[in-house]
Design a protein around this ligand. Structure first.
Ligand code: TNX
Length: 542
């Protein structure tokens, strides 16, 4: 068959049927620059995936590409090193090298021509993101986990140059309030990768559950990973409980598997071990960590809870032992220690806490929290890592090396940036994906709030009040999936998508290249991909 003719007809049909916005492909997040040219590359059973052998790093990305193309097409594309001088017809060629375009650590250049695809990047991450773009240039069926018959696997001819706006492009998943199985996290990571997100923050501990095995302190999971039951709905006056035991935790082996799976997709897993608040599950396992000596059960309801860790030296050392194991499991440069919503009432009443404040010459309970977090900061810094905490860690004085995650608006982030600290923006106003995304009357029960898709898209992580130098301190932004009211993976996906698609574009695409209507048009096509992937996304509002 005449390929040019075949492609011409097919591409016209493809454009008419599927491509909004003047025939431009619907890539999410939108690339920095994209030129569509005439013609198309056709992927078939004879296509080869080639990688330039030196410098190394391209081979893993080439193998990943072949592996993601396989299920839907059924093609077992050969992956080979590129012989210098050999022709590269019907080939997808991946190479590491200087593209000359200032693409940074994560950028890439993708050139699709009629008989070959060339993907070049300064580093492996860029090749990976170029592969994600290439997947999105193919028909949506490419995302299918089962073979799709009768699909012409065409890629429109394009030249794309792309790089992310921010280095921290994340989501936080709360696996403490409701445990999520490892298998689900692995799939969720795949979907994040498709959106060029590079950070998954796991909220591993809270009042209602401790979810990571710590060998030195087995009762953290033997006791702390299980609660007797869970409050029903919002509780209200006639609060009732479901009578069903809930729990689970990740073994260290499972954590290593999750971390490795994410790393292969250029996603860093940021572990969070909460302190000094949100600590009841840990205190249930080890009552000596608390302030009252009471034997507690793992909490079965939601909200801010007064049972926080005491600030004794023995407790600080206990938590540093925990962190020691956490550091061994998670190579992340950033370790999150929480710091939010630590009610000080038990410290106010506790003679031991008051004595500690005196002994350390501190002003008050806020200064004691600051001291507590400061000890963790020093510990982590010495191990070559960096502490991250919620914006409450500003109260009573910010630890020297701390990065602030700003959730109560952007105020905390602004203060931290102005004080020369790094910041991740995570404000309730634009990134709380546990809030309602539509009319509460027709949505599944959520914690409250109102965060429609357009509002997420409207977020600019750089507040206007920052100078250029201060703005450099904003590493990026993160969406939060707190799971008090999210009990299943399906529901978590429903809350995450498509709002996480909007967030992905917020953190990837230059601010002045973004417009909601254009995004919304591309999203129509993009949700077909989510559908093929089997993601339980919320349908787009008409
Ligand atoms: C506040 S955000 C919390 C979480 C809750 C969330 C519910 C933050 C640092 N603390 O513990 O799950 O609100 O939206």
């Amino acid at each position: 068959m005449n390929t040019a003719l075949f492609c011409g007809t097919l591409c016209a049909a493809f454009a008419a049927a599927a491509l909004p916005a003047a025939g431009a492909p619907s890539i999410v997040p939108k690339p920095v620059s994209l030129e569509v040219e005439r013609g198309a590359f056709v992927l078939d059973g004879d296509t080869v995936v080639l990688f330039a052998e030196a410098p190394s790093g391209a081979e893993a990305e080439a193998r990943y590409l072949a592996s993601v193309l396989r299920p839907a097409t059924g093609f077992a594309l050969p992956v080979r090193g590129l012989d210098a001088g050999a022709g590269a017809r019907n080939a997808i060629v991946l190479g590491l090298g200087d593209t000359g375009g200032g693409l940074g650590e994560e950028g890439y250049r993708l050139e699709v021509e009629g008989d070959s695809v060339r993907l070049t990047a300064p580093a492996a991450a860029g090749l990976f993101y170029g592969v994600q773009t290439l997947r999105q240039l193919l028909p949506a069926e490419i995302m299918s986990r089962v073979k799709c018959e009768g699909v012409a696997w065409t890629v429109p001819c394009v030249v794309i140059e792309d790089r992310p706006r921010f280095a921290w492009r994340g989501l936080c998943v709360d696996v403490a309030r409701h445990f999520m199985p490892k298998e689900f996290l692995l799939e969720f990571i795949d979907v994040l990768a498709l959106h060029k997100m590079n950070s998954l923050h796991l909220h591993l501990t809270d009042d209602q559950g401790w979810r990571v095995e710590i060998k030195k302190y087995p009762k953290l999971t033997e006791v702390g990973a299980w609660r007797a039951e869970t409050i029903v709905g919002h509780g209200g006056k006639s609060r009732s409980f479901d009578g069903t035991r809930h729990g689970g935790f990740y073994t260290q082996e499972e954590i290593r598997e999750i971390v490795a799976h994410a790393a292969a997709r250029h996603i860093n897993i940021v572990p969070e071990i909460e302190m000094p608040g949100h600590a009841q599950a840990a205190i249930a396992g080890y009552p000596e960590l608390g302030n009252t000596g009471e034997t507690l059960a793992v909490l079965t309801k939601w909200g801010v809870n007064p049972y926080i860790f005491n600030a004794e030296e023995s407790t600080i050392l206990f938590l540093q032992d925990v962190l020691e194991e956490v550091l061994d499991l998670f190579p992340s440069p950033y370790i999150h220690v929480g710091g939010d919503e630590a009610v000080k009432e038990q410290w106010e009443k506790s003679p031991a806490a008051q004595a500690r404040i005196k002994e350390l010459g501190l002003a008050d309970e806020h200064a004691l929290q600051s001291y507590f977090i400061g000890r963790m900061d020093a510990f982590l810094t010495e191990k070559g890592r960096r502490l991250v905490g919620w914006d409450e860690i500003l109260e009573g004085g910010l630890a020297e090396g701390a990065t602030v995650m700003s959730w109560r608006g952007t105020k905390g982030g602004i203060a931290a940036a102005k004080a020369g600290h790094d910041v991740v923006m995570a404000p309730t106003s634009h990134t709380y994906l546990d809030y309602y995304q539509g009319d509460p009357k027709t949505e599944p029960l959520a914690i409250g709030g109102n965060l429609p898709l357009e509002q997420v898209y409207g977020f600019n992580p750089i507040p206007k009040t920052l100078t250029r130098a201060e703005a450099e301190r904003v590493l990026g932004a993160q969406g939060q999936l707190w799971s008090e009211y999210i009990a299943t993976p399906e529901h978590l996906e429903y809350m995450a998508f498509p709002r996480a698609c909007a967030l992905a574009e917020v953190v990837w695409t230059p601010q002045d290249a973004r417009a909601y209507d254009d995004f919304r048009a591309r999203l129509e096509k993009h949700v077909e991909r989510l559908e093929r992937l089997g993601v339980n996304f919320r349908s787009l509002d008409p």
